[in-house]
Design a protein around this ligand. Structure first.
Ligand code: ZN
Length: 330
């Protein structure tokens, strides 16, 4: 609901950018909807997880620009003029969808009239998607379930094949290789979470980004804020979660790299006041990946990091540096 009630500076800025785009696009000749053969293809991608898929599937055939970078919260991200320029220069654009990039909806819709714009989650069925109980909105955090995200790889592959049929074989081959790596990641996630003692399989985080992970790998998930960081957590929510921590003797809660940790700290203090010591189990990548150029700055590294940190802090058995022995130790 907050999506539609929020007005003010950011709405005004967005309106301006869309207005400027309208003028620019009216003046520019309409680009072709299929590729002209001049590699690399210029691809615009919103979040890092989407950019990563395109890099894996397209290889050196594409030059990918990631618009919403490391540590940035996509729920409240307002596109800048620079972003509009990137999108206008792109031959094809991919975004995650299901309202994750809520404030980019207008600009993506506008641009889609002139060039291909695709949501990588478009193959997911109504049966698969989770809903937020309070708002009724679909939960956009699909990448937390590796099998679900593997369907996004299929979307990117088929859209690239359609856009550039000359390289179809390469895109299909790369997508298959990536999907089999993701199968191994999925199996690791399942066994790592399973190694946590059953009564401690509770994941408590700053916002509701982990429900798909919970369903896929069998861990109960509680977020202090709802599925979008736009909503505020109330005192009642905090108290309810302190009860849960104390009653279940849960040893750790988690912060997120793209969300403020103030609510998580309130939980720890609340539990301490009732003589239950809770630690911060680590910092999780919820809606943005780690820094570019690092293992954690890839989708595989992001998930490996999250799963390994969660399992370790809640008493599970996992390799210290994760599935591929590549995680940084600090
Ligand atoms: Zn989120």
């Amino acid at each position: 609901m907050t999506y539609f009630l929020r007005i003010g500076y950011s709405a005004w800025t967005r309106w301006m950018i869309v207005a400027v785009l309208t003028v620019l696009m009216g003046a520019a000749p309409a680009p072709a909807r299929t590729f002209n053969g001049n590699y690399p293809i210029r691809v615009g991608a919103t979040v890092g997880m989407v950019a990563d898929i395109v890099r894996e599937v397209a290889g050196d055939k594409a030059d990918v620009t990631n618009i919403i970078g490391s540590g940035v919260d996509p729920h409240v991200y307002s596109p800048t003029r620079g972003d509009a320029a990137v999108l206008l220069r792109s031959d094809i654009i991919f975004y995650s969808g299901i309202l994750l990039e809520g404030q980019m909806t207008d600009i993506l819709a506008k641009i889609s009239r002139k060039r291909p714009v695709h949501a990588v989650t478009e193959l997911l069925s109504e049966d698969y998607l989770l809903r937020d109980r309070q708002t009724g909105h679909h939960d956009p955090h699909v990448w937390m379930d590796v099998q679900g995200w593997s369907k996004a790889v299929a979307v990117v592959s088929s859209k690239l094949v359609e856009f550039d049929p000359a390289s179809a074989d390469e895109y299909r081959k790369n997508a298959e290789a990536y999907q089999s790596r993701l199968e191994r990641l999925d199996a690791y996630a399942r066994s790592a979470i399973h190694s946590i003692p059953e009564n401690q399989r509770v994941l408590l985080t700053a916002h509701d980004a982990f429900s798909y992970m919970g369903r896929a790998y069998g861990i109960e998930v509680k977020g202090i804020q709802g599925i979008s960081t736009e909503s505020e957590a109330g005192l009642k929510d905090i108290n309810r979660l302190v009860d849960l921590l104390v009653n279940r003797r849960i040893p750790a809660v988690f912060v997120e790299t793209s969300v403020s940790d103030k609510n998580v700290k309130a939980l720890i203090e609340g539990a301490a006041a009732r003589d239950h010591r809770v630690s911060i189990g680590g910092s999780l990548f919820s809606d943005a990946m780690g820094p570019p150029g690092t293992y954690e700055g890839t989708y595989e590294g992001m998930i490996d990091h999250n799963i390994t940190v969660i399992a370790k802090a809640l008493g599970g058995k996992v390799p210290a540096r994760g599935m591929q022995d590549k995680l940084s130790t600090d």
